[in-house]
Design a protein around this ligand. Structure first.
Ligand SMILES: [Zn+2]
Length: 247
């Protein structure tokens, strides 16, 4: 993928985008305010209705391409696990990086959706993890990891154990240590496209990289997350004329 394609559409985004979802208000949700109507809730959410580069999408008909290798350098420095009313969110401390396109993105947080937001050739997965990164000049890159039923995952177990049952609560991660790398598959081939945040304000110019190989979590872990969030996935959005590139 030619990096210029993304730079053409990337623009400076306000810092507010990187704050937990609670920072933009908790008036939106997946039930009483159907995602189809998010754009009606606030002028700031306009993109959710009229944006032509929205996420998630069905990752199908990808164009084969030689994509730059992802260098993921996550340490184990994480601060809190928060139930923010929209998801379970793990806040990252400093020193967790993604290097792609010769740029060094800093990991800000990761969080989860049940079921998966992206489809892989029409298939939906039980969960999806989003690793949200930003560059110093406020470009956003998100790595999506699809999660299927299988073996128990230790890092997800720790997150589930810490996750507050009530919304708008957070707890410190003991010692700040969390083996977040366990939430990545052993191969990092990915599908890339230009999309948006999947929650209000649905800001665009987000550099999406969804890993093709899913990780495994247990049926029990899926059920425990579903007890907190029975459905926190935005429906698939139209692709319009965007290229989808597959490694
Ligand atoms: Zn997300």
């Amino acid at each position: 993928m030619n990096r210029r394609y993304f730079l053409q559409t990337l623009s400076a985004l306000p810092f507010a985008l990187y704050k937990p979802a609670t920072a933009v208000g908790s008036e939106w949700d997946y039930k009483d305010n159907d995602p189809q109507h998010w754009s009606e809730l606030s002028a700031e959410y306009r993109n959710c209705g009229v944006g032509l580069n929205q996420s998630p999408i069905d990752l199908d008909h990808g164009i084969k391409a030689t994509l730059p290798q992802l260098e993921i350098d996550y340490g184990d420095n994480f601060t809190t696990v928060e139930n923010n009313g929209h998801t379970v969110l793990v806040a990252a401390g400093k020193g967790n990086h993604l290097i792609v396109d010769e740029e060094r993105y800093e990991l800000v947080q990761c969080h989860f959706h049940h079921p998966s937001e992206h489809l892989l050739k029409g298939a939906r997965f039980p969960l999806e993890c989003h690793f949200v990164h930003r560059l110093a000049d406020d470009e956003i890159a998100v790595i999506g990891v699809l999660m299927k039923e299988g073996h128990r995952n230790d890092a997800f177990e720790e997150i589930l154990t810490l996750a507050p049952k009530k919304s708008d609560e957070k707890v410190d991660i003991p010692g700040g240590h969390l083996a977040i790398k366990d939430l990545l598959p052993d191969t990092l081939h990915y599908i890339r496209y230009s999309g948006s945040l999947t929650t209000p304000p649905c800001s665009e110019a987000v550099n999406w990289m969804v890993l093709i190989k899913p990780i495994e979590i247990s049926a029990d872990q899926i059920a425990r997350f579903a007890a907190l969030y029975p459905n926190n996935a935005r429906p698939v959005q139209p692709l319009h004329h965007r290229p989808v590139l597959e490694d």
